[in-house]
Design a protein around this ligand. Sequence first.
Ligand code: RAM
Length: 340
Amino acid sequence: MNKKIVSAVLCGAMILGSAVPAMAGTADGKKIALVGKSAGNAFFEIAAASFVETAEAEGATVDTVYPEAATADAQIKVLDNLISQDYDAICISANDVNALQAKLQEAMDEGIKISCFDSATNPDSRQIFINQAGTVAVGQALLDAVLDIAGGEGQFAILSATSQAANQNAWIDAMKNIMESDDTYANLELVEVAYGDDEPQKSTDQTAALLEKYPDLKVICAPTTVGIAAAAKYLQDNGSACKLTGLGLPSEMLEYTGADDEHSCPYFYLWDMQGLGKLSALTTIALVNEDITGALDETFTAGDLGDYTITEADDGGTEVVLGAPLQFNPDNIEEMAKLY
Ligand code: RAM
């Protein structure tokens, strides 16, 4: 390229550069904190990556913060710190339904918008809950999977996260309510709810203990991605006749999912993880911009996810629901494992 052409091109580029204004984001200069339940859980890392990408594309800055442990006390410490730092919003997956209330109310009194994603506080502690899938829909899907995998009758156990975990407790309550009110499940016996605290080793130990205590156990249902992956490995490595279902990340369940005896898990559920991060970010930004207040029947557009209406959550507060739970089975697990 000769000098004249180079300078003409550069000149054109400069003119172009100055003529086109920077795209204005809907959240330019806004500061958001995203708080997970605990560090080292791929579930939160995947959701956070999509949340951050979405919010940053709108011009916001996001700090992702994890408490030292999967407890309310550890989250209270995190919140204390965040409240003094001028955040426009905090989006949190709660380790306890009620214990964060005083701190979150303090934050709201300071003008910080509060949304929950994944695991909701009580209604008074939040403005809105971004629910990945309807709570009853998750309970129903899990219970139907247990019934199917157990062959219609027998003992099953639940391997949960922590005993205080708001989302797991809501799903377990939904399962119990369905069992009580519908004869379809009359021949299933829930023998125990065990807690692996979303720690791989504790979840493995709890799986071993369940098998020892209940030699006739047909199915373990683990509504936690950490618990299901630990149980899947233990059951499969030990050639156990007890089968597994629950909520898991396809990438962590790939080698354990199959319809034959070689695999511990015939199928399991989760939801669109990238969608969860995206919807959580856009809902939180809508709150910050006061496009919504979190009240019933408000509507907003969440980018290419489409239009959402705020509905009543099972706890009497409000929520926006991403969609239906998704099933992962031998037919789709390889494809889905590439995504999350
Ligand atoms: C674990 C966490 C999270 C839950 C998933 C299914 O990663 O407990 O809160 O939604 O499992």
